[in-house]
Design a protein. Sequence first.
Length: 306
Amino acid sequence: MLDVAQCRILHALRGDQVDSYVLSESSLFISDYRLIIKTCGSTRLLAALPKILQLAEEYAGLREVSAVYYSRKNFSRPDLQPLLHRSFDREVDYLDDHFEEGAAYCMGSLKLDRWYLYHLNRAPAAKTLDHTLEILMSDMPDDVLEVFTQKMCADGRECTEKAGIVGMCPPGTLIHEELFSPCGYSMNGLIPNSDQYVTIHVTPEKAFSYASFETNQDEMCLYKQTRKVLDGFRPAKLLMTVFANDHSRGARDSQQALWDSELPGYRRTNCQFLKLENDETLVYAHFVRRRDPPSSGSEDEGERSD
């Protein structure tokens, strides 16, 4: 499956309900009835879909897909992507060839960063809570970026400690990570006795710095966790989404907080609410860091997973 997607497993961690894999291009999580794969760069994620469906049936006897979520931010250089991934319209057509009655959405301004979602839910909403927080960050300061390089750290564990990653996760999270050569960082975390995870990926090159954070944990407040992530990475721009079903009251509260107020130190450029099938909801928001007011006498104001 990963050969088709053009990435490979670096190391794995077996959890109580989820197996975690750090990949050469992001992450893979597998549980009894769910597969989550995130890739980056110019991988061919959707090309692996037929193999995923084949393996699910062959090894697990799973013949029916009940839910599909494919999402990504817009690419800064879509021309460098494989042909299928150069436009969201092509991706939607490909997914429609495999699934009936899927829906496609674009969240955010067409003139700024935006977020795409392909969604299918054929089954009634789960009777247990289900939610996902995703934060996509860019334009981070040099002192943050330097931590995720071999110039500053010897290995992934040192990156995790120096960047304060542990504080962004619920207490007791089991972490395995990778520091790439000469730079770049990937981390997966599993929350014991649950199907919950945390994953972080960092591209620290200054010209196109980027970091992503994703979790479905419910051990700590998602809004407070967002504040910890932003305090650690200090991005100039970010977009975030909070997905929740009707049973996840904590995520619904975080959606309301995101809708009602701005994040400290940031200006919200837009915020959108999406009502999906089976009482699922999604809130999308885009933020830019507020500029410090000019000092006295100064003329300067001082701004696919998947």
